[in-house]
Structures are given as C-alpha cells and as structure tokens.
Design a protein around this ligand. Structure first.
Ligand code: ZN
Length: 300
C-alpha cells in the first residue's frame, strides 16, 4: 500500500494542501490565500492536524512544491527557506522548519515547477520516462528538468525562463518585460509579456490573432534549444498561456522546421504531437508531485 502523505502547493497567491496516496485517492483538500508566512504556515499545519484528529490517521511525510527562489542546498543554514522573493513579508522565510516542528514528519521540498515535473513523471504524461522537461508558461516561465529520474539542481537550478532567444525586432518590436534581461524568453512570452505587447490579456485574444504566431515562435525556439541541449524524451508545456491549446500544433510544426531534420528521432520526425504535450494531470501536477515526493522520502 502506498503511504498516506500530505502535499502542499505553496504559491505566491494561494496555498493548496492535500492528503492522499495518489491521483485516485485524494482524501482531503483545502485551499486558502497566501497571507503572512506565520499565518499561512499555521493554517497548513492546522489542516493536517485536524484531519488526523478527524480520521485517526496521520500523514507520514509531506512534500512541498514551493514558489521561489528557494534554498535547496543540504547543510546550508537557510536550507528550506524562500530566499530573495519580491513577495512582501516572505523574504528569507523558513518553510520546512515550521512544518517539520509543527507536524513531526519528514518534509520533501523543491521548486513548484520541479515538483510539477515529478508529478507528471510519477502519475501523468511522462510516466516511465527518465529524461523530460516540464515547462510552465504563465505569469512567469519556469522549467523543471528531470534527468535520469532526478530533478536537476546543479549550481542553483535551471532557469529556462531566462533563455536568450533570437528576437526579430521587425516582426516583434516589443522590448520585453523581464526586469533583469528585457527580451529573454520570459520577457517575450509570459502571460504579462503578451498582455503588455497587445494591450489586453492573452486569454481575450482570438485564436487567429497575430499574437499567437509570435508566441508559438518563441515557444518553438525554446523547445528547439531544449531538444539540442538536454535531449529530453518529452517536453510538457503547462501553465495559463498553454490553455490556448491551438498553440500546440503551431509549436509542433515550427519545431520540426527549426530542427530541419538534424535530430534523427521518430519522436520528432514522426510523432511530434506526442513529444511536446500538455500536462497529463492538468493543473494538479504540483499537488500530486508533492504527494509523490513525500512517498519517495519514505521508500528511499
Ligand atoms: Zn529574464
């Protein structure tokens, strides 16, 4: 039997806490707004304690999918902290410490996008694959890179949202809105970039609006770079912008054109539709990834 565990999606605007053993066995769930660190973490702890009292069953571990930046270096004095976030009140906030102290169980902790990738690899689109990338294209752009079944952290962690892409200023004069780089991938292709370029939110633009050809171009350029650098077995594109599902066929066509036959794999040459895909778990990749990570802690 899989262990009963908890998952926390710690987002900048809301927290989602779930209890269960997997996608088909979620026993309880709560969501609440992210307020102060003390209040928000206390509310998460209270949820797990109340459930234990109500059911007589305690979670054995908890996985946390956290907004960043976070400190993941074991042995660092600020391991388990949110570090230099612009979110007021949350700079250098210990997340793991209070949860461990409050609940007395082991805590697995990683970036929200990485955990979403773990969710997809355990229960979703990438089950059985050893090497894949989960990208979220929404308010920001982030990516979890899974290599040999393990998330890549490396020096800090990959920041795919800040790739530099060719920017044809004649076609797209928008200067980009990344506060660090201007026209990096996120600066050109995130939800806020779309809104700033066109003067209205992306979801209000019809599928035949020129916005989407330009958006698909940047997504395809990023995908082609990821294919040639890490050779993933699959690319999963999620996040609010990708709810425009008409982007997928445009990206597929353009990635094949950009690679121009160089990468000789049937996944790209013949089955690109099942190579660049939406998340198998919809918007539950993060929460279910947190459940998967907590279970891995107990079976490791
Ligand atoms: Zn940037």
């Amino acid at each position: 039997m899989p262990h009963l565990v908890g998952g926390i999606e710690a987002g900048g605007t809301k927290f989602v806490c779930i209890i269960g053993t997997g996608p088909d066995d979620i026993r309880a769930e709560i969501r609440f707004p992210t307020t102060t660190p003390a209040e928000t973490l206390a509310r998460a702890i209270e949820f797990f304690k109340n459930q234990e009292q109500a059911t007589g069953q305690a979670v054995e571990a908890i996985g946390v999918a956290c907004f960043g930046p976070i400190d993941l270096h074991p042995g660092s004095p600020t391991y388990g902290y949110i570090t230099t976030t612009p979110k007021p009140g949350w700079q250098f906030t210990d997340v793991v410490g209070p949860l461990r102290a409050g609940l007395g169980v082991p805590i697995a902790f990683d970036h929200d996008v990485v955990v979403a990738g773990i969710g997809e690899g355990t229960f979703g689109a990438a089950v059985g694959l050893s090497d894949f990338i989960y990208l979220t294209i929404g308010t920001g752009i982030g990516g979890g890179v899974i290599i040999n079944h393990k998330p890549v952290h490396g020096l800090v962690h990959p920041e795919i949202g800040h790739l530099r892409l060719p920017h044809d200023l004649a076609r797209d004069p928008f200067a980009g809105n990344c506060s660090f780089h201007g026209d990096c991938f996120e600066g050109l292709a995130s939800g806020p970039a779309l809104e700033k370029r066109w003067g209205q939110p992306g979801y209000t633009l019809p599928p035949d609006h020129p916005a989407w050809e330009i958006e698909a171009e940047y997504l395809a350029l990023a995908a082609q770079n990821l294919v040639v650098t890490t050779s993933p077995q699959m690319l999963i594109f999620g996040g609010g912008v990708m709810e425009q599902t008409h982007l997928f066929p445009r990206i597929h066509k353009r990635v094949v054109e950009l690679l121009n036959g160089y990468v000789q794999s049937p996944s790209i040459l013949r089955k690109i539709e099942s190579y660049i895909v939406p998340p198998g778990l919809g918007n539950r990749s993060g929460g279910l990834g947190a459940i998967a990570m907590a279970q891995q802690l107990l079976t490791a």
